[in-house]
Structure formats: C-alpha cells, structure tokens
Design a protein around this ligand. Structure first.
Ligand SMILES: NC(=O)c1ccc[n+]([C@@H]2O[C@H](COP(=O)([O-])OP(=O)(O)OC[C@H]3O[C@@H](n4cnc5c(N)ncnc54)[C@H](O)[C@@H]3O)[C@@H](O)[C@H]2O)c1
Length: 438
C-alpha cells in the first residue's frame, strides 16, 4: 500500500471517505472550495454532522490534510476521488457542472505530472455522462489521453446518511465502472484494503455502472412503495395487519425483508431524485418507465393521505404535533422529508404546528422558518399537542410512553406501539392495522 489519496469535495460523503481512508493508513489530502470546511478539517473538527465522523478524524488526524490547492493534492497523490454535488437540474436530470469544474482543475494538474494518475468519480451521474461530458474535460485540460497517461473509473458509493462511515467500511458490494482494465485493477486493489468485510466487487463498463447506480435506488424505492401500498390496503381490510403480511412476503428469499415495511414515503437526498432521474434518462431515449413514474407519484400522494388522516382527528383549533422533521432517524437532514412537508402544508393551511426533532432543528429551520413552533423539550411538545403524528420509525419515540399523560391522539404510520402502552386517555391509531372483525 504505497498510494496517497486525494478526495475532492469534503461534504456529507467526501469528509467520511477522507476519514475512512485515513483510518486504513493512507495519507489523504482533501480538497474543497469551501475554506470553512478546509480549516475545519485542518483543525481536526468534522465539517459536517455524521455518526462517528469526528471520532475518525480525531483518531487519524496525522494522516489527514485539507487544502483548496489542487496542485498539492494531485502532485502528492496517486488516486483522486471526486465527490462534489450533482444537483437535479430543471429537466429532472443531474447537473455535472461541479464535476466539470473539479475536472478542469484536476486536468490542469495532471498535465504537469510525469506519473500515471487515477481519477475516480463517486458523485452520482447519468448514463453516458462520463464518456460524453467528463472524460473529455480531463483530456482537454491535461492534454493527455485517458487509458494511457491517466486512468478513470466511475464508482458511486451506496451509503445512507447517519451510517456513512459504517456503510463505507462494510459495503454490500463495490461498483466499479472502469475506463480500461488498468484503471479497474488499481481501484479494485485499493478497495480490497478499505473495507472491514468480504464485500464483492462488481466491475463493468462505465455506462453499465452509471445505469446500475440509479437502477438500484429506483428498485429500492419501488420496494418501499410496494409495502406502503399494501399498508394502505391492510388499513382498510377488516383484521388487516401490514406487518404480518410483509413479514410473510419478505420471508421468501426472492423478496427479502429489507425496506419492506409499510410506513411513510421515502425522502432524503438520493432516493427521490435518483428515481426521477431514472424517468428522465429513459424518456431521453424514448423508453417508457411507468414503474419509476408511478413510484414517484404514489410516494408524493402519501403526504396528502396522511394530512387527511390527521385532519379527520383534528379541529381547526387543535395543536398538531409533528414528531420527527428529518427524513429518517439519526440525522437532522430534512431534504425531501415527508414529515417536514406535512408540517409545512398543515402550517400553510393555518393549523398550529408543534415540531419535535431529536437530532436538532438546524436544517429544519432553514426549510420551515418561523412557520412552526420548535419544541426542544419532549415533555413540553407532547403535553402541548392535541394530535401527535409520528413521522419516523425511531427507537427514541419510545420516550412517548413516559410523557403522554393528557388526552391526546397519536397517529403512527409505523405501528411502533400498542394501545396497552398508553393510559386510557390516549387514542393510539396505528396505520396499516384494522381492528374491525370480519
Ligand atoms: N448524501 C448522500 O446521501 C449521497 C448518497 C449517495 C451519493 N451521493 C452523491 O454524492 C455527491 C455529493 O454528495 P454530498 O451529499 O457529499 O454533497 P455535499 O453538498 O454535502 O458536499 C459537496 C462538497 O463539494 C464541494 N465542492 C463543490 N465543487 C467543488 C470543486 N469544484 N472543488 C472542490 N470542492 C467542491 C462543496 O463545497 C461541498 O463541500 C452527489 O453527487 C450525490 O448525489 C450522496
């Protein structure tokens, strides 16, 4: 192991890659345009919130450096990972503007380097972006030829916010889209030293890897949506119970239990946008992908259905408590969070909203402003709310049992409690379970 590594983009994913590779004894140079992130890392402070990130940075600081200077990063390392944003653009596809800017700087510095350099793109892009938009920029600004003077791989990571470090160290598989065999060989041998498990490595052409990344997320969103649709049916079926049904279906190894739980719709920075980008990509080549479109439409419709359920149990003067604003447990990020959207829509309709989020309100406040009452104290939140809606499947929600005393209605799309958990004054309404006898 004699390579040094650079990571371009030190945000939610890049900062974790930097820390994980340093923990595997690589010297890692991080590059970011954002001086605050650079200074933060050089001072040994995690630039973003993520489970265990601070611990990994502190422990491996002697092998970590950050800079805004590409020359230092490219000249002193052998492999560069690019993990900058690829935001959804107006058309529904992904903009590669940030990737191209990074590649201009990387290309200019490969130009002055005598040795072979491997560039690995981790940011999510669409099929053919690497060949049509990204590799040509590296060749133009380096004046060199991909596959000869430098190598290139497209290798997105399959991580979830809140467990990025764990996922990087224990991936189900590594996906390597290789420009040529040499590029893939170098990356495969690097990855074989960075994980704690025996994950498989899937090597393929770059276009296949580009399609694999968004297809996987599209498939998972379909699976989540399937369980959500069954939960809607079970809720209306006398003696229906979604958990019994998905437990049985998921026992078939062809289906599996992961992500097969009826609840609220999916959100976050990846699932919704990768699914929509799948629709966009297929449309461009005149292929209909009704599953992806229906998944997106159904997912959005869940918010309206939940609002209806909440309002059926509220009056206009009811104080509605939204427990959980983030898009999943263990993170404060609220991108495309259904809980946050529900809070926002109800507030716009004139309802008084109390919000509780155990991971803090930093991101929520940017998106919701002053439209809701942020309650830091769970006791105050619970006892000031007439109807409480539980947005996430979170073990911390169990605290409700301790605090719920007064007459309250609890609506729970995740069925985290039973009626016996609460005093008689509480009406607990689990969604996906129907108590009517046949
Ligand atoms: N966040 C996720 O859950 C997740 C999961 C899988 C894939 N991805 C993909 O990873 C990519 C990055 O996501 P993220 O959440 O880490 O983004 P982020 O916004 O948290 O961080 C990106 C960083 O890149 C920096 N940057 C932008 N342009 C730069 C440049 N030219 N040079 C140097 N630094 C530059 C920004 O300053 C920022 O710090 C996206 O393509 C996303 O689709 C994200």
């Amino acid at each position: 192991m004699n390579q040094n590594i650079s990571v371009v983009g030190l945000g939610k994913l890049g900062a974790c890659m930097l820390a994980v590779y340093a923990s595997k004894k690589y010297s890692v140079i991080g590059v970011d345009k954002n001086l605050d992130y650079v200074n933060s890392i050089n001072n040994g402070v995690a630039p973003v919130e993520e489970t265990d990130l601070q611990k990994y940075i502190t422990k491996n600081l002697k092998r970590i450096r950050a800079t805004r200077n590409y020359t230092e990063a490219i000249s002193k390392t052998e492999i560069t990972f690019i993990i900058v944003p690829t935001p959804t653009d107006k058309t529904g596809g992904f903009s590669v503007e940030y990737v191209i800017n990074a590649c201009i700087d990387i290309g200019k510095n490969i130009k002055n380097k005598n040795k072979y350099h491997l560039v690995v793109l981790t940011s999510t892009v669409l099929p053919l972006d690497c060949h049509k938009k990204i590799i040509p920029v590296l060749e133009k600004y380096s004046g060199k030829t991909c596959g000869v003077d430098f190598g290139f791989c497209y290798s997105p990571e399959f991580i979830a916010i809140g467990s990025v470090i764990h996922n990087l160290l224990n991936p189900d598989f590594f996906l390597i889209g290789q420009f040529d065999k040499k590029s893939g060989d170098i990356l495969e041998s690097f990855y074989s030293t960075t994980c704690n498990n025996n994950s498989t490595i899937k090597r393929m052409s770059i276009p296949n890897a580009e399609l694999t990344k968004i297809s996987l997320n599209h498939f998972i969103t379909m699976k989540i949506t399937y369980a959500n649709m069954l939960a809607e049916i079970a809720d209306k079926l006398p003696s229906g119970n979604i958990d019994i049904i998905t437990d049985a279906i998921g026992s078939d190894v062809r289906v599996g239990k992961k992500y097969l739980k009826g609840g609220l719709g999916f959100g976050g920075p990846c699932f919704p946008r990768d699914n929509r980008a799948f629709v966009y990509m297929a449309k461009k080549i005149k292929i209909k992908t009704p599953f992806a479109q229906i998944t997106d439409n159904y997912n959005k419709s869940i918010e309206e259905r939940m609002i209806k359920l909440i309002l059926e149990r509220s009056t206009h003067s009811s104080k509605i408590g939204i427990m959980g604003l983030s898009y999943k447990p263990d993170t404060g990020f609220c991108e495309e969070s259904q809980g946050l959207n529900i809070a926002k829509k109800l507030a716009t309709m004139g309802y008084k909203i109390n919000a509780f989020e155990s991971n803090g309100f930093k991101h929520a406040k940017i998106l919701l402003g002053k439209s809701v009452n942020y309650k830091k104290n769970i006791n105050e939140f619970v006892n000031n709310s007439d109807v409480i809606f539980l947005t996430n499947f979170d073990k911390k929600n169990q605290n409700l049992k301790k605090y719920c005393k007064k007459k309250t209605i609890i609506i729970d799309p995740w069925r985290q409690f039973s009626n016996n958990d609460f005093p008689k004054t509480i009406l607990y309404r689990p969604i996906g379970i129907n108590d009517l006898k046949i």
